[in-house]
Design a protein around this ligand. Structure first.
Ligand SMILES: [Zn+2]
Ligand SMILES: [Zn+2]
Length: 135
């Protein structure tokens, strides 16, 4: 039995624990995710809503469209969840908010039609990488 997966926001006010296995790990390039996070794309995983426990504070909610609710930390602003009412039993969580994001294997890029040209993975692979700051 492996330890339950845990994660949380930047400031630590919002914490969560998963009792189920993450699935559907995707890099989402849609405009809404980009605007909501300030990042060129957001990597999400899904989990069954009943297998998610909030510890500490619950995320604040913002309706980015009538059917979509996005959760974030009210204190530090971390992007945390995405819930679509057409899929009420599942919730998406930002992969990078996990304490151990390495356990995930992203499966695909979604909303590629809205991707930023320089957020192309081949472009990224061709660029030099720096472990920390550069310049
Ligand atoms: Zn926070
Ligand atoms: Zn998206």
């Amino acid at each position: 039995m492996t330890a339950p997966l845990t994660g949380g926001c930047l400031c630590g006010a919002v914490r969560y624990r998963l009792r189920g296995q993450p699935f559907h790990v995707t890099h989402c390039h849609c405009l809404s995710c980009r605007k909501a996070s300030g990042a060129p794309f957001v990597t999400w995983f899904s989990v069954r809503l009943i297998e998610l426990d909030w510890l500490g504070e619950k995320p604040a909610a913002y309706h980015s469209s009538t059917a979509v609710e996005r959760g974030f930390c009210l204190r530090c602003g971390s992007t945390l969840t995405y819930h679509h009412e057409s899929d009420p039993d599942d919730i998406d969580i930002t992969a990078a908010s996990l304490d151990q994001p390495e356990i995930l294997t992203p499966e695909h890029h979604t909303w590629w039609q809205e991707h930023i040209d320089w957020a192309h993975p081949d472009e990224q692979a061709a660029l030099p990488t720096y472990a920390r700051n550069h310049g």
